[in-house]
Write a protein that binds this ligand. Sequence first.
Ligand code: SIN
Length: 296
Amino acid sequence: MDLSGHHFGPRRFLKPHTERLAAKRYENFDVAPLSPVLGAEVRGIDLRELDEQTFAELQDAFCAFKVLFFRDQGLTSEQHVTFAERWGELEDHPFLPAKEGDSRVIRFAKDDETVGVENQWHSDVSWREVPSLGSVLRAVEVPPVGGDTLFADMNAAYEGLPDDLKQRIDGAVAVHDFTQSFGAMMDAETRAERQKEYPPAHHPVVRTHPVTGAKILYVNRIFTSHIVGMDVAESDVLIERLCREASVPEYQCRFHWEKNSVAFWDNRAVQHYAASDYWPARRIMERATIIGERPV
Ligand code: SIN
C-alpha cells in the first residue's frame, strides 16, 4: 500500500517529465543528467566565451534541468560576475558578507571557526518582494570530503501532493520574512530598522514559473513565517507538511564540488541545501544572485 503517496507516486507522475529530459540534446554542448528529475552537468563549454547560440541553448537547458553544473571553469571573480550578469541584474545582499571590492558577490567562507549554516532547504531571498531568478555559485576552495549541495525540484514536489492538499493551498498566500533567520542575529532595534527597508513579503504558496508555466511549491522553513488568514497552529502544521516535500529523495539531485566547479540554479523552481558535514575543513564559495520577478 502507498500510505505516504511517495512510494509509487513519484515514479508514476514523473515519467513524462523524465522522458522529456532524457531526450534533450544540444548542438553546442553535452548534458549529463545528475538525476532523472533535475540537474545536469554541462560539458564542452567555456563560460567565458558564450556566443548567442550557445547562450540560447543554455537558457533552454536552465529551464529544463533547473540546475546546471560546470566543471573546471577557472573563472576569475570578474568572469563569474560577467556570466551571471548575462541573465539579469545582480543584487547586493544586505545581510551576508560580500567579497571585498564587489558588493554583488557573496562570500561563504567556512573553516574551523565558522560552521556552515546553509543546511536548510530554501530558495534564495524569498523574503524579498522581488526574489531571485537564479544564483551562480563558484567553488574557490573545497573540503577534502563532504560539502555537497543538494537541490530539490519544487515542481515535482507540487505535482506529488495529494489532490485535496493541492486544493487546500490553491490561491493561498504565505508571508516570507528575513527576521527569523538573519534577523535572529540582530538586536531588536536594528531588526526593526531593517524591517522598514525589507518588510515581510507576500507570495503565493504555489507560484507559476514565468517561462515554463509549471506550478512550483514556494514555501521554505527558513523564510516562510506563516500563511495569511490561518491561525498560527494551523499555519505551522501546513508549512511543515509542505516543506517536508523538499526532503523526498526522488525529487532531488546532489552535486559534489571540485575546485573551479560552478553551479547555476533556478530559484523560481528549486530549493537547495548545503550539507554542513565538513567542519573543521575550509570551504570557500562565492555567489552572484540574479534578480528575478515578483512571484505570481
Ligand atoms: C547558498 O545557500 O546559497 C549556499 C549554497 C552552498 O554553499 O552550497
